[in-house]
Design a protein around this ligand. Structure first.
Ligand SMILES: *Cc1c(COP(=O)(O)O)cnc(C)c1O
Length: 835
């Protein structure tokens, strides 16, 4: 059982990239000489708790105080304060209290500068840090009177971008204020692993002071008074104080999120190129972005030589309010660029301690999972899967995909997404990716398992991951229109309300079936016009009817006089569809017990509508979800025609037939359903009748579009007497999460393994050769009912491996709840596959 102790669970990701604010103040008549330095420690602690961090160490110099924080640093001068925080801290939340405390000292803000590089994990940030525009909007509420400006510098494709909000200028141009404007800030990623390892409390750790000296950090600003801190189990922060100048270094050494920053402020005479060369030597980062700020633009800053071995990716210059100029340079080791654009994998390449070459960063990038070449997943067909012919179906392990993550935020579209429909879908999606950019291997086929492996490794993921394939949605739409050209699909939002799926269908021209106010909003937000919506809930809550009326959604269904009474009262301009009952007794989920009027009662209900003054324009039905019997559709269409004629006889303008949902896509349309629909329509609703035909498919579009992956985080071996050994697993999603479908949707699941921890993907044993052990798969909650599978055969997995659930998009995520405080919301990644 030795293997079990080798837990290979990912470490949580930490955001190293810092937010930084500097506020300069003017003294008032009663301000103490020490200005801000006269704030008490209690007051500063209160200020830091606003920002969600705390002081861990303090050093005082004649001119200022320097504090090491749980997340970065704070510097307090009499007339200015500089706060820098990393992680998910709330730096801006400290601003109102800062201004209030300063006011108590008779001081008022005269200038400010807020800056940050791009976040490595923007999705982990709280509001307002999701978007620079939101941060700026907040700053304007605090410093609006200073007439600020906001800039984003650098290339959105390569390296980190630099965001600056600057406002006001120093009250008087003093020597001190000019000096304060001089700063060099360096942000680094893809650190050489050997270099990063120095900043952990590992076996070789002696002391924080020793780390400062042996790493070379002590030489950055020679002769300064250094206050350093090495965190448990890893991470390093230091402040160096010298006269009025300070340096500050912060390091996140963990592989999956490694990052380091170095800042030197108040030393106008330091040669930036020489300083940068020292920094590059200490960390050997694969990529670095440097921002030089000075009182006057200096040509030395604009055409600075790159440190040895580095190539410049680009530079930007910006003049800031208050007179300073900012210059941003992005640099990288040349070999890193090739890793990022998918060169052959050099993983496993030996790295010797003295090999201070570019290969260090190279290996670092490989360790991050940035390497493009992940060997194709070896096909695995579980014995639970009823067929082996999975090829080409979305989400199957061996279906070739041309994938690309949609990058809605930056607006960058890979060439295969230039297609008009898809760009339109992207334009409609406000949140396309929650994990930023993933390198796109140009036109290179990748399997979904290779894509998942890359994502999981690159982001150090441990919570459930969902890959939504918008290409599959587009193909399903095309297949639908080819199979039933007269029937316009109105997608049933309840099956999966994912914004990408909704946006894609909206762009393709589908309509929508909504059943609540909230579902209406999701669809209307995408710009869908109200007449492309059917409110197909036959028994609506009063609040939903009022919402439909106020949002001008007229088309809705009814099957009782009581519903007609509600419509007459709250939605007099509704255009109603009579829902009749027409069940497929073999359908997976029955609806007839609850909805649909007996066809024999149709005439009476239509008469009641007349009396209530509700306008009826057609008939609808739903044979049951997951329907397979073509005859059920044929009979239902025939019954609908009878009710349709009754409506016409009673004087209604009957012009719409809604054939509901129930369609399957996992194995194509269920045999003969589309042919039965087409021939029944031709017979009972010929084009000459002039009726428009719509349907309400939910499962059809959602089911195969999403693939779920969950991590194994616990294993248990059993050896029952007289029986084969068993091996049980705990995974991060379960019956209270997306697998509620096992209860509510009568679903079955057949996950396949994804070896993230127990083997490199190219070493995964072939399904035929791997010995299988049977066991249970449990969800994460503390309920025994939360059992996903029993007696399920899998090759031997360990914690940190994953299970992949293909075709998991319908009636899964939308019904999940956070029982036990476990939020089952997966991280969503969008791909656009092509076959
Ligand atoms: C659930 C539902 C649908 C979608 O059914 P599928 O079987 O997923 O196609 C359509 N219409 C109504 C009224 C529904 O309740």
């Amino acid at each position: 059982m030795a293997g079990d102790s080798e837990m290979q669970l990912p470490c949580p990701l930490f955001e190293g990239s810092e937010k930084r604010i500097e506020v300069g103040f003017a003294f008032g008549a009663g301000t103490p000489v020490d200005g801000l330095r006269s704030l008490s420690r209690d007051q500063l602690d209160g200020l830091m708790s606003q920002a969600a961090c705390c002081i861990v160490s303090h050093r005082a110099e004649q001119d200022f105080d320097a504090y090491v924080l749980s997340e970065s640093s704070l510097f307090v001068y009499p007339e200015r304060l500089m706060l820098k925080t990393c992680g998910t801290t709330q730096l801006l939340a400290a601003v109102p209290l800062l201004l209030k405390l300063a006011q108590g000292l008779g001081m008022h803000a005269c200038c400010t500068k807020y800056s940050r590089a791009s976040f490595l994990f923007p999705e982990k940030q709280p509001a307002p840090y999701h978007a620079f525009s939101e941060e700026v909007a907040f700053l304007e509420t605090q410093f609006g009177q200073l007439n600020g400006s906001a800039y984003v510098m650098g290339d959105a494709l390569h390296g980190l971008q630099w965001h600056i909000y600057a406002a006001g200028g120093p009250e008087r141009q003093t020597r001190c204020s000019r000096q304060a404007q001089a700063s060099i800030e360096v942000c680094m990623t893809h650190l050489c692993p050997n270099k990063a390892a120095q900043f952990c409390r590992g076996a070789n750790f002696v002391s924080a002071q020793q780390t400062t000296v042996s790493s070379g950090i002590a030489d950055l600003l020679p002769g300064s008074d250094i206050d350093e801190f090495v965190f448990e189990p890893c991470g390093y922060s230091m402040n160096g104080l010298q006269g009025e100048a300070f340096s500050t270094v912060h390091i996140t050494p963990e592989e999956a999120c490694c990052y380091a920053s170095v800042e030197l402020t108040g030393c106008p005479d330091v040669d930036p190129a020489a300083f940068l060369a020292k920094v590059a030597d200490i960390f050997r980062p694969g990529r670095m972005t440097v921002c030089l700020t000075s009182a006057a633009a200096s040509s030395a800053h604009l055409s600075m030589p790159a440190p040895k071995g580095y190539t410049a990716l680009g530079s930007s210059v910006q003049r800031l309010p208050g007179g300073a100029t900012a210059v941003v340079h992005s640099l990288q080791l040349p070999k890193l660029g090739s890793v990022l654009t998918n060169e052959p994998d050099l993983a496993g390449q030996a790295m010797s301690e003295d090999a201070r070459t570019d290969d260090d960063a190279m290996s670092s990038a490989t360790a991050l999972g940035l390497s493009g070449d992940i060997a194709p997943h070896v096909g695995y067909a579980s014995s639970h899967s009823s067929e082996s012919g999975l090829k080409g179906r979305p989400g199957s392990p061996d279906s070739p995909l041309l994938w690309a993550e949609l990058q809605g935020v930056s607006g960058v579209k890979p060439p295969e997404l230039q297609d008009a429909v898809c760009s339109k879908a992207m334009a409609l999606c406000s949140i396309v990716t929650r994990h930023g950019a993933v390198p796109v291997p140009d036109g290179k086929p990748a399997t979904i398992d290779a894509f998942l492996t890359r994502l999981i490794r690159q982001h150090g993921l441990e919570d459930p991951v969902c890959v939504v394939d918008l290409g599959a949605v587009a193909r399903l739409f095309r297949d639908w229109m080819a199979a039933m050209p007269r029937v316009v699909p109105f997608y049933a939002v309840k099956a999966n309300n994912d914004e990408g799926i909704l946006a894609m269908l909206a762009a393709l021209g589908a309509g929508f079936d909504c059943a609540s106010d909230a579902e209406l909003d999701m669809v209307l937000r995408l710009g869908v016009s109200p007449d492309r919506i059917v409110f197909a809930n036959a028994c609506k809550r009063p609040r939903d009817i009022r919402a439909a009326a106020s949002k001008q959604v007229a088309l809705t269904t009814f099957d009782t006089p009581s519903e007609l009474a509600k419509l007459a009262r709250w939605h007099p301009s509704a255009r109603a569809l009579l829902r009749i009952r027409a069940d497929d007794p073999a359908a997976r989920c029955q609806l007839g017990n609850k909805y649909g009027a007996d066809p024999d009662d149709a005439r009476a209900l239509l008469k009641a509508a007349k009396e209530f003054g509700v306008a009826v324009r057609g008939v609808s039905f739903h044979v049951g979800s997951g329907a397979t019997d073509p005859e059920a559709f044929r009979e239902a269409i025939q019954l609908a025609r009878t009710a349709f004629d009754a409506g016409t006889e009673l004087g209604f303008q009957m012009d719409l037939l809604d054939i509901g949902g129930g369609f399957c896509s996992a194995a194509g349309f269920a045999g003969g359903v589309t042919a039965a629909v087409n021939s029944a329509l031709a017979e009972h609703f010929p084009a000459s009748l002039g009726a428009q035909i719509i349907a309400e498919p939910g499962r059809y579009f959602a089911e195969t579009a999403a693939t779920l992956a969950c991590m194994v985080f616990g294993v248990r071996d059993g050896a029952p007497a007289d029986a084969a050994p068993t091996r049980d697993y705990w995974i991060t999603d379960g019956l209270y999460g997306s697998m509620n479908s096992l209860l509510y949707d009568h679903a079955t699941v057949a996950p396949r393994p994804l070896r993230i921890a127990s083997a490199a993907p190219d070493q995964a044993p072939r399904a035929e050769s791997a010995p299988l052990t049977r066991g249970s798969i449990f969800g994460p909650s503390c309920d025994g009912l939360d059992t996903v599978l029993t007696d399920y055969p899998l090759p031997r997995l360990q914690s940190g491996d994953w299970l992949v659930f293909a075709e998991h998009g319908a009636y899964t995520f939308c019904g999940a709840c956070a029982f036990n405080g476990m939020d089952p919301t997966p991280s969503i990644f969008y791909i656009f596959s092509e076959t």
